[in-house]
Design a protein around this ligand. Structure first.
Ligand code: SAM
Length: 356
């Protein structure tokens, strides 16, 4: 018989637990508030009450891929495709800087128009204009050489969710030409090159089992990323998963808290997908251990077209220009938005991965 309090205490003090104990916590058959409180203690120990903000610029919704869950998949004919120009991206950064953003995240589908020369030019220009800011890229799978060129041009961080660490599950979410091993290789290449690396997964994607989630946690322990982004799967009407159920708020919050306990130093965003399935989803994620929010800094007229899933939030506190509202919500949740690059803290808590 597993006792929730003692497992959570073990996770809080050793930052690890056995497979059986992690599966028990994923099962949710206990009072989740004790898990959230432990996660909050650990996040305050490492990051105090600070919440870092990132300005998210969705640079293109063209994508060569056909991920079965994603609304901007190549074969969706109903997407109004756009790609931002260098000037538009620089204008987003300039207005974001004025608002107080010190990290810009450029995310997009795998769009061949953003080749290495084009992207390196944009990254370098952002660094010239805002040398005190971090540049994060989230542009999918590229060659090691491409990642290296972008790093040398000034990119600091790269976000690439592994999506699921179970290869059969991966194959059920992606077309046959996309392989989990290739995605993992990209992540290890990025780390090796020197990026601060972010990975993560969707919660409640079709056919996901608790064992898949356990594999996700173990893969992240092997990768040791600086950032971990998770959010509920949300269906999109124009995808093969149109009729699939969305991931649950409760399980996503449980995983946010477990990630904080397993990875005390990680940067963990309260994601837009969480804010989409529940009005207070983002605040609840902050109280469960998340310490980053990524409001939308894209030009207003394109936001609705970056439609990864139905009803994706892009107004109110999700919008970068409503930073005052976001700050208020964050402070009501008991935390404080800070103007800073918000790099991951190193060595603040010693990990003991052998103490299972
Ligand atoms: N192309 C880049 C990549 O592959 O990493 C970045 C863009 S991709 C659209 C960003 C993330 O959106 C994916 O990693 C995936 O986890 C998430 N996403 C896509 N469709 C989703 C859905 N239906 N529900 C929840 N998250 C979704």
């Amino acid at each position: 018989m597993i006792d929730a309090k003692s497992v959570i205490h073990k996770l809080e003090s050793t930052h690890n637990a056995s497979d059986e104990e992690l599966l028990f916590l994923l099962g949710g058959d206990y009072d989740a508030s004790i898990l959230f409180e432990a996660a909050d203690r650990v996040r305050r120990r490492v990051y105090a009450g600070e919440v870092y903000i990132r300005g998210l610029i969705e640079i293109s919704n063209y994508c060569r891929n056909n991920c079965l869950y994603c609304g901007i998949r190549a074969s969706n004919p109903n997407v109004c495709r756009y790609r931002l120009t260098k000037e538009e991206i620089l204008a987003c950064c300039a207005s974001g800087y004025e608002l107080g953003f010190r990290t810009f995240v450029m995310q997009g589908g795998e769009d061949g128009a953003f080749d290495d020369d084009t992207m390196c030019d944009i990254v370098a220009a952002i660094k010239v204009n805002h040398p005190d800011c971090a540049v994060t890229l989230s542009l999918g799978e590229r060659s090691r050489d491409s990642y290296k060129r972008l790093f040398d041009a000034g990119a600091d961080r790269y976000l690439l969710r592994h999506e699921t660490a179970d290869s059969e599950h991966y194959a059920s979410l992606h077309p046959p030409k996309m392989k989990l091993e290739a995605r993992k290789q990209c992540l290890f290449d990025l780390k090796d090159i020197g990026y601060q690396v972010g990975s993560g997964f969707m919660v409640g994607s079709p056919e996901q089992t608790p064992e898949c989630l356990l594999a996700d946690l173990r893969f992240l322990q092997a990768l040791e990323p600086d950032m971990i982004g998770i959010g509920p799967f949300i269906s999109h009407k124009d995808t093969p998963f149109a009729d699939c159920a969305n991931g649950s708020l409760e399980l996503t919050l449980t995983l946010v808290a477990m990630l904080r306990l397993l990875f005390p130093n990680a940067l963990i965003p309260a994601t837009t997908a969480l804010g989409t399935i529940a009005a207070d989803g983002r605040e609840r994620a902050l109280r469960a251990g998340a310490n980053v929010v990524m409001p939308n800094l894209s030009p207003k007229d394109v936001r609705e077209h970056y439609s990864l899933y139905d009803n994706k939030a892009h107004s109110g506190a999700e919008a970068a220009e409503s930073l005052a509202l976001l700050k208020k919500q964050v402070s009501q949740a008991g935390y404080e938005v800070v103007v800073a690059r918000g790099d991951a803290k190193k060595g603040a808590v010693s990990l003991n991965i052998h103490n299972v």
